[in-house]
Design a protein around this ligand. Sequence first.
Ligand code: PMP
Length: 436
Amino acid sequence: MTPTNDELFARAQAAIPGGVNSPVRAFRSVGGTPRFLVSARGPHVTDAEGREYVDLVAGWGPAILGHAHPEVIAAVQDAAARGLSFGASTPVETELAELIEQRVAPVEKLRLVSTGTEATMSAIRLARGFTGRDLLVKFAGHYHGHSDGLLAEAGSGLATFALPGSAGVPAEIAALTLVVPYNDLAALRGVFAEHGDRIAAVITEAAAANMGVVPPAPGFNRALVELAHAHGALVISDEVLTGFRVSSAGWWGLEAQTDDASTPDLLTFGKVVGGGMPVAALGGRAEIMERLAPLGPVYQAGTLSGNPVAVTAGVTTLRLADAAVYAKLDEVSAVLQRAVSDALAAEGVAHVVQRAGNLFSFMFGDAVAGGVHDYAGVLAQEAWRYPPFFHAMLDAGVSLPPSVFEAWFVTAAHDDAAVSRIVDALPAAARAAASA
Ligand code: PMP
């Protein structure tokens, strides 16, 4: 007999804290039993009970081509057959670095790591090593991974659990991070006026998408870079989530086409650059990147960094992500934004569609209906309307992010049939949200 999701979860909870290896997967904010997935293909995931869902999580971002794209799988199988890990340089690593550098002009040199957490952690160490300063500025509701010092008022799982930070982070380390409301230039100016000569860097999500989606106000990223540079501080633009998802050059690429173009000093990537395998990266101005070991005094290393199988998945994904893929992501995203919004409106559920490129999420309630610009705004929503909405969709075979504080992710494999299945499920879900 195939075990049920309930049985698998019970067994997992006995062996693994909370039954999960990353907190949001536990369904704590929506309730119920997480689905144990056994396969994924195109726009679908399939659970251990054999039930197929249209997927709007996309592995939390990487699967822009859809799951298990045949060419990516073939390339990975080919690479795997030649050996899983060498702990030595490989030609494919340079290929990935070159691909990223060709697309994102501020990236002159790039180093590969395995997770987004490692990328931001290393970028911060590098910024501190380069400037000789200690303080870091981050924005409330932005998530940059789980390293010490970055959990203060972070989004993602921490927003779900409403924790201000984390136990186990020494106060002395937390005190080196200054948290500022997002999109608030006056507050940022205030922090620079007071501590400007001690600030190594400002780290920002290129467009915030870990508290739900909250885009930067027009000109905010540019003003942020100007302000930081005026004080001798660096800017780290975290594109772990937006990079190569919202455009072929990430959020930087979208802004580069407007009057809001800016040049961050360092950028971090993850998710899409690994095509679903553990690859992430930090890159930026050569002068800064060359402070990394072995050239410079800032230490950074990794047994699995640049792993040949993982990097092959990333290179193949980026090569396949042509203009048609990005056009499709934008199209599916726009159709779903409209369909969800219409369904909610039809049931009288006050809400706002928050969008940043093809990333989007919904926030509920009159308090947010005019649009949300910061974390305080996010927390003002009627978050309790999301769990019944989520479960109605799940019952109808649509897998949404299991928290209202996460973005929705489409793939280029979301064909008409997949979109129809989502659209058909919406009226009942909107009714559930209305009566919550
Ligand atoms: N930065 C951002 C913007 C992210 O969205 C995430 C993960 N959601 C991270 C960093 C951390 O990446 P990882 O989970 O790979 O450590």
